[in-house]
Design a protein around this ligand. Structure first.
Ligand SMILES: Nc1ncnc2c1ncn2[C@@H]1O[C@H](COP(=O)(O)OP(=O)(O)OP(=O)(O)O)[C@@H](O)[C@H]1O
Length: 347
């Protein structure tokens, strides 16, 4: 951790000392920390341009970013600093950057710019890497951040908002699943969905974090391949949202992007009730998450405002949580169904 924190301090020292962070030829001032993940810190930053006319004429980041819709009116962005401790982590960040550049969709968070730099760990220390990734900022945070705030206020999303948030996630995933070759996100969950609340409209939902996204189709033909897949997913796919075939993979199996449909079903449940159905099923008493998932053991909250969602939404979740991947619906089936529900429940 010595390296990580010295890196972080260097960043803060730069701020306190009036310095800025450069990502390639563009300069950013750190405003505050927005959040942190396993090996990353996310900061709110503001682009510093040499003079206002340069920004107006398309200088700075404007020159770099292909779609002007991704530029912010006030120059603020989210900057993720990834702490890289070894070669494997460096490869993972490079892969995240490569994969992110494949997508272009309003419900998938675009990577605007990136830089991987070498830093010295202390005066005598070895050279290490740090990655800086620049994204549009969504100040209302993730769905998970929203649940925490809403829980304190005893609020829930309306049925209409649930369906519209979910519909946008489906749109983003459809883009990934329709690429050639198709990609799976592999970590669809409320912590990877950014929300922006809008007056008089359902919230905008954007899927992020493509660090685990990979070509989705895999032919497993031996015990060793099955174990390798299980090991990879145990590191990259969050357990409460992980499909049964990734927990207990047969030695002969055709894996496809329907692993994401399982996670999407868990996420729809979580948009309503704040947790994955399998965390809810285990409750306070605990037990094996893997067993609950493999047996698709779903429980519905049935007291207070939690009972207020229509039964049709519960059936929809159950349809996605089909333990046999070969008969689980695909993203196009899900979109047809959610549109029917939107027509039914939105006046
Ligand atoms: N574009 C953004 N706009 C606003 N807040 C953001 C943005 N990106 C990330 N955050 C905040 O930073 C937190 C950590 O970001 P992120 O989940 O990308 O890190 P991570 O290292 O990938 O996390 P994990 O280890 O959970 O995968 C998020 O939970 C969110 O609160």
């Amino acid at each position: 951790m010595g390296c990580s924190f010295s890196g972080l301090n260097a960043l803060y020292d730069a701020v306190n000392g009036g310095g800025d962070v450069w990502i390639n030829e563009n300069r950013f001032r750190i405003v505050r920390q927005l959040g942190e993940g396993g090996f990353a810190f996310v900061f709110l930053v503001k682009e510093i341009v040499a003079d206002a006319s340069s920004a107006a004429s398309g200088g700075g980041l404007a020159k770099k970013v292909k779609d002007p819709a991704h530029l912010s009116a006030d120059g603020t962005y989210a900057m993720k600093k990834v702490l890289i401790q070894n070669k494997e982590q460096l490869e993972l960040v490079r892969e995240e950057i490569r994969v992110s550049s494949l997508f272009n969709h309003p419900n998938l968070l675009p990577l605007l710019d990136h830089a991987i730099i070498s830093v010295k760990d202390g005066q005598e220390g070895a050279w290490k890497h740090e990655a800086f990734l620049l994204f549009p900022v969504h100040l209302d945070g993730t769905l998970l951040d929203n649940f925490t705030l809403m829980k304190a206020k005893k609020e829930t999303f309306s049925t209409t908002d649930v369906l519209h948030i979910f519909r946008q996630l489906c749109d983003g995933l459809k883009h990934m699943h329709s690429l050639e070759p198709p990609y799976a996100h592999n970590d669809v969950k409320p912590g990877n969905v950014l929300l922006t609340r809008r007056k008089g409209q359902p919230p905008l939902a954007i899927l992020m974090d493509f660090g685990s996204a990979r070509p989705s189709r895999k032919q497993i033909r031996s015990r060793q391949e099955a174990l390798q897949l299980q090991e990879w997913t145990s590191e990259h796919c969050s357990a409460p949202f992980r499909a049964p075939e990734l927990w207990d993979c047969p030695s002969h199996a055709d894996i496809d992007e329907r692993t994401d449909i399982w996670s999407l079903g868990c996420t729809l449940y979580a948009i309503m009730y704040g947790v994955s159905p399998f965390e809810y099923a285990l409750g306070e008493s605990g037990g094996s998450l893997q067993l609950a998932i493999v047996n698709a053991q779903i429980k519905w909250p049935n007291t207070g405002p939690k009972a207020s969602y229509p039964e049709a939404l519960h059936q929809f979740v159950t349809w996605m949580l089909q333990p046999q991947a070969a008969v689980r619906p695909r993203i196009d089936d899900i979109i047809i169904h959610v549109d029917k529900l939107i027509a039914k429940f939105t006046k």
